[in-house]
Design a protein around this ligand. Structure first.
Ligand SMILES: [Ca+2]
Length: 224
C-alpha cells in the first residue's frame, strides 16, 4: 500500500514546469523514415507473459509464474504495484510508458533495469547508427547520473553516461540520442542486453542520485 501511495503522489506532482520544452504525446515512431522500434511499451499487458517486469528485469525480479526470475539486486523497480503496471497518463508515444523507480540510498547504491534478448539483435541494420530513448524525470528528483549500458553477444559491456545530471529531474519528456559508436568495444550487430540506470554501477560504495521516479518511452534506432 505504501508503494501505491508513493506512485499516486508522484503522479500528482508531475505537472509541467515553467520554462520546460514540453513534448506532447505524439504518434507512434515513424517506421517509414528508417526508425526501428526497440521498445515502445505498447505491447505489455496485465497478464503473463506480457507483464512489463517479466521482460524488463529490476532489482527484485518476479516469482510468478514459476520459476520466476531473480532480480539484479539493484535499487530499481519496474512498473507499478497495481495492474496494468504501465503508466498511461505520462506517455510520450502511444498510450503506455514504463515506470522506473530508483533507490540509490541503500546498497548497492545504484538502480538498473535491463532487457535481454536470447537472440542477439542487429542494431546496425539498415544503416541505423543512433540509439534514442525518451525520458521523463520527476521534477522532485534530485540531479543524478543517468546511463545506458549495452552488452553484446561476446559479453562485452559498455556504458554511456548522460551529459546532464538534470536529465532525471527535467519534469518533461526529453529525447536522449546516443551514437552507437559511443558504446566502445560493443559490436552493434549483436546486442544482447540493454540496461538503463541511475547512479554509479561500478558499485563504489557511495550513494549518488538519491531516489526518485522516471518514465521511459519510445526506445528506437535511427540513422541519425
Ligand atoms: Ca509508448
Amino acid at each position: 500500500m505504501e508503494r501505491q501511495m508513493f506512485f499516486r503522489l508522484v503522479l500528482a506532482l508531475m505537472l509541467p514546469v515553467a520554462g520546460c520544452k514540453m513534448e506532447q504525446a505524439g504518434p507512434a515512431p515513424d517506421y517509414g523514415s528508417g526508425c526501428i522500434v526497440v521498445d515502445d511499451f505498447e505491447t505489455y499487458t496485465a497478464d503473463s507473459p506480457m507483464k512489463i517486469f517479466e521482460t524488463w528485469i529490476d532489482g527484485f525480479g518476479y516469482t510468478e509464474p514459476p520459476p520466476g526470475k531473480p532480480g539484479n539486486v539493484s535499487g530499481a523497480t519496474v512498473g507499478y504495484l497495481d495492474k496494468p503496471f504501465l503508466e498511461r497518463t505520462i506517455v510520450h508515444g502511444g498510450s503506455q510508458s514504463m515506470p522506473f523507480r530508483y533507490k540509490n540510498t541503500v546498497l548497492p547504491f545504484y538502480s538498473e533495469i535491463e532487457r535481454q534478448w536470447a537472440v542477439p539483435q542487429d542494431w546496425a541494420t539498415s544503416g541505423t547508427r543512433v540509439l534514442g530513448l525518451w525520458v521523463y524525470g520527476d521534477p522532485c528528483n534530485v540531479p543524478g547520473p543517468l546511463y545506458v549500458a549495452l552488452q553484446d553477444a561476446s559479453g562485452a559491456t559498455s556504458v554511456v553516461n548522460h551529459p546532464d545530471p538534470n536529465a532525471v529531474c527535467a519534469g518533461c519528456w526529453n529525447k536522449w540520442s546516443i551514437e552507437l559508436s559511443k558504446f566502445v568495444g560493443i559490436h552493434p550487430v549483436a546486442v544482447s542486453k540493454i540496461c538503463i540506470g541511475v547512479g554509479d554501477r561500478r558499485g563504489l560504495g557511495r550513494s549518488v542520485g538519491g531516489e526518485g521516479m522516471l518514465f521511459i518511452d519510445d526506445i528506437e534506432l535511427s540513422r541519425r
